[in-house]
Write a protein that binds this ligand. Structure first.
Ligand SMILES: [Zn+2]
Length: 517
């Protein structure tokens, strides 16, 4: 039995987004728990599809004694404010110092945090922890698929274990894998060799999905290499064999492009006991990703094209046509209140269409105040003013109200206790287009968000979702077709359009795209 400190600090920072992450954003609950510290952490995270939950369960199952630190996350946004960063990091360091003798540390990190005063939020956190606990303490972290994995993070952590799915259905499972690796490091006491590579092109989120190529095949290859069954690897086993010559674990993070930092982008790290085998596997994987560069591409529709095509496809279809509003994804720093797609639905009179979530606290509260059946006396959306839009004025009738408290049922957010109220379903009767209003920024990823205000997603002809990829976990199985729409939003799909200042030179700004000079 070992004494293991467990905690987490998650943020995905889109430095081009309009809203910053404050301490209050980390403190309050959304789909995930709010800030928790000490003994309450263990119960607070139980049952969530979160890395910390998987790690805690696995470490307890292995008989280890846990020393809870703190855990918190905030919705993806621009920079984490200095005060918030220092407060959370201060708690982690204080609790490590006061936690008594420790054998290891597990941390649930996202890996793409940019603070106002540190462009590598996790690298700086790990540097300070290392300075406190020394070089020999095993520190294992989990990482989001969208981590911008930096050399400092790799250097200061003993090992980092990334998700392998996008949509992220393996969050708790990744925490469990990280816990198993920590347990292994504690038992065999052999240092891990690290082979780290950065990929020299940025990959837009929308083409990083593991339900499709090339990401699907790349992650299948990673598992083959770990199992020792990959063909043609120097130092790895024969086809079908189980001998992988000491490769312990591989993490590949396709990256989070809208972050104006030096080490933005895809990277990978191979951990192993055999230096040559780890280096060879890292070279092979990096080469395979580069070979498939052109495959990270697909069609994006303008809002008008998308609505016209969706109305055509919906005719006679028994299942909904989905429109993914990929640039206004609040899960990537979007405001979830832009109205380009909503206006196109209304303009084309896409009767029966529903869009969600339009995050507009004032409109959601106004709907609650006037009550079901009444008309709203305000426009909806575009309150943040990103892209210079204005709220959509119409005779919005309140159909259904909700308190915003419900439990997710999808593969990603199943068990998550949403606290995003108040909510409302409103309809513009002239066009037949409805919108789901919410008060807190949350990505349209779980069907319960719609059921909560009386909409059964499978029965809607056209369903527009503020999401880039995560919606696919719960919505793709009920979809007739999926069209990705390029409407205004703070998660700009094509990184070549972003005004980077700090990104390293020589990297291509998109697959086969221009090179940063
Ligand atoms: Zn992610």
């Amino acid at each position: 039995m070992a004494r293991i400190a467990v905690g987490g600090f998650q943020h995905e920072t889109n430095t081009f987004a309009p809203q910053r992450a404050t301490w209050a954003d980390f403190e309050r609950a959304d789909a995930w728990p709010g800030f928790v510290r000490g003994a309450e952490l263990i119960d607070a995270v139980e049952g969530f599809n979160l890395p910390i939950a998987g790690a805690v369960k696995t470490l307890q199952g292995l008989g280890h004694e846990l020393v809870p630190l703190c855990w918190c996350s905030a919705p993806p946004s621009s920079y984490v404010e200095r005060e918030a960063y220092e407060k959370v990091v201060g708690h982690i360091l204080d609790d490590l110092a006061a936690g008594g003798p420790l054998d290891g540390i597990y941390l649930d990190l996202h890996g793409a945090m940019v603070a106002e005063h540190h462009e590598d939020g996790e690298g700086e956190l790990l540097r300070r922890i290392r300075a406190l606990v020394g070089d020999r303490m095993p520190i294992v972290t989990s990482l989001d698929y969208h981590s911008n994995l930096t050399p400092e993070m790799v250097r200061f952590a003993s090992a980092m274990i990334g998700y392998r799915t996008y949509p992220h259905i393996d969050m708790a499972a990744t925490g469990s894998r990280a816990a198993q690796l920590l347990d292994r490091l504690l038992k065999d006491r052999r240092p891990l060799y690290k082979a780290y590579r950065q990929i020299d092109f940025l990959i837009p989120l929308v083409w990083q999905c593991t339900l499709m190529e090339p990401a699907k095949g790349i992650f299948a290859l990673i598992e083959d290499i770990e199992r020792g069954s990959a063909v043609g690897l120097t130092g790895a086993g024969a086809p079908g064999g189980s001998h992988n010559q000491g490769i312990v674990s591989i993490t590949h993070t396709p990256g989070f492009p809208p972050a104006d930092i030096r080490d933005c982008g895809a990277a990978l790290v191979v951990y192993g006991h055999d230096r040559d085998a780890a280096e060879a596997a890292a070279d092979r994987l990096a080469a395979v990703i580069r070979e498939r560069e052109a495959g990270f591409a697909g069609k994006l529709y303008t809002p008008d094209e998308a609505v016209i095509e969706a109305m055509r496809l919906a005719e006679g279809a028994k299942r909904p046509v989905l429109l993914a509003d990929v640039q206004d994804n609040p899960g990537a720093g979007g405001t979830s209140d832009t109205v380009g797609l909503l206006r196109a639905l209304i303009a084309h009179r896409a009767k029966g269409a529903v869009i969600g979530m339009i995050v507009d606290p004032a409109a959601a509260e106004a709907a609650t105040a006037v009550g079901e059946g009444a008309l709203l006396d305000c426009g909806i959306g575009a309150k943040i003013g990103y892209a210079g839009e204005v709220p959509v004025e119409a005779a919005w009738r309140v159909v259904r109200l909700g308190g915003g408290m419900f439990t997710g049922t999808g593969p990603m957010y199943g068990g998550a206790k949403f606290r995003i109220g108040p909510m409302a379903l409103v309809i513009d009767e002239a066009s037949g287009v409805s919108a789901v209003l919410a008060a807190k920024r949350i990505q349209a990823v779980d069907q319960e968000m719609f059921r909560h205000v009386g909409v059964e997603p499978a029965l809607v002809p056209i369903l527009a979702l503020k999401s880039t990829v995560h919606f696919r976990a719960h919505f793709q199985p009920i979809a007739e077709a999926i069209l990705c729409v390029e409407s205004p939003g703070a998660h700009v799909t094509d990184p070549a359009q972003l005004p980077y200042r700090h990104l390293r030179k020589g990297i291509r700004l998109s697959p086969l795209g221009p090179t940063r000079e």
